[in-house]
Ligand binder design. Structure first.
Ligand code: SF4
Length: 304
């Protein structure tokens, strides 16, 4: 919250861009919404820019990847062919592996992921990723299988880094015909929609876990938000208030949590000095009353 962090945020904001997408990407092919994959191909130019927070996370991931490569080097493990692309014309599928590790004359495609400590402790094998509550983790097994399928390899390796402690863990991943066939089917379906310039229906995915983070949310307006017909209002004053509200929301949440903690901690305190604060208080007797009948408008504001 000082001038340095303000400067960093400004720089991150300026770095944001959307890159052209003319093919299916291995890193996205496990996304649970087919429509999203079609939007990626047809509407990449209209995608919402990543938030500054997300841009910071991207940069952080690159930093962690480099740090892992250095740690491997230090241990005498050589990583070759960094960011080598693999491509299938037929599937219009592209993937860039983080590198290849040489292991007893075998080349193992390598994928590095840096995770928060809770996730790091919960994932020990590729099966732990498949049903993982976080959607982006569920994409990783597809990503690796896409590399294996594209590179015609039987085995790859994941290295997971604990972002808090720097610890690494690794596990092998074998080529799975069934998952590769699924990837082929997804690519074929997406390619058909792209050729026809049409879209599948929005998938029945959880709004909070998937759509909320989708850069095409405003283009798509998924089923969850379409229970009733949507009316479009052109009102820049209200929009400005909504934008300000959205910016202040994280602060309000923090403020409410602090208020709750202080209410509990300071109950009964009167004329108490803590640091540079004087705390005063008294008990107020509450009179019983009944709320008169009536109605009020219950609203929900969803950021698109
Ligand atoms: S908003 Fe939801 S349903 Fe629509 S494309 Fe994105 S993920 Fe799919």
């Amino acid at each position: 919250m000082g001038w340095i962090s303000d400067k960093i945020k400004e720089t991150k904001a300026q770095k944001r861009y959307v890159s052209p997408i003319h093919a299916n990407r291995a890193s996205e092919i496990g996304h649970p919404c087919l429509r999203y994959l079609v939007h990626l191909r047809l509407d990449w130019l209209k995608a919402e820019l990543p938030s500054v927070k997300k841009q910071t996370l991207f940069d952080d991931a690159k930093y962690h990847e480099e740090a892992v490569i250095d740690t491997l080097k230090e241990a005498g493990i050589i990583v070759l062919q960094r960011q080598r692309p693999f491509w299938s014309e037929k599937l219009q599928l592209i993937g860039h592996i983080d590198g290849v590790i040489l292991c007893s004359d075998h080349e193992l495609p390598l994928e590095i992921k840096a995770l928060n400590p809770q996730d790091w402790h919960q994932i020990d094998k590729v099966d732990d990723m498949i049903e993982y509550p976080k959607v982006w983790v569920r994409k990783w097994p597809f990503q690796m299988q896409a590399y294996l399928g594209l590179a015609n390899q039987k085995e790859g390796v994941f290295i997971l880094k604990n972002k808090l402690t720097g610890e690494l863990k690794d596990f092998p991943v074998s080529f799975k015909e069934e998952l590769w066939n699924k990837i082929i089917a997804i690519c074929t379906t997406v390619n058909n929609y792209v050729s026809a310039k049409s879209y599948p229906e929005p998938a029945e995915v959880e709004y909070d876990k998937v759509c909320r983070y989708c850069p095409f949310l405003t283009l798509c307006v998924p089923e969850a938000l379409r229970e009733k017909d949507v009316e479009i209002w052109e009102n820049s004053d209200i929009e400005e208030l909504l934008n300000k509200r959205e910016k202040l929301l994280p602060l309000k949440k923090e403020f409410d949590e602090i208020e709750k903690a202080l209410k509990k901690a300071l109950e009964g305190a009167d004329n108490v000095i803590i640091g540079s604060y004087l705390i005063k208080g008294k008990w107020i007797e509450r009179k019983a009353y009944t709320v008169p009948e009536g109605r009020y408008w219950k609203r929900e504001i969803i950021k698109l």
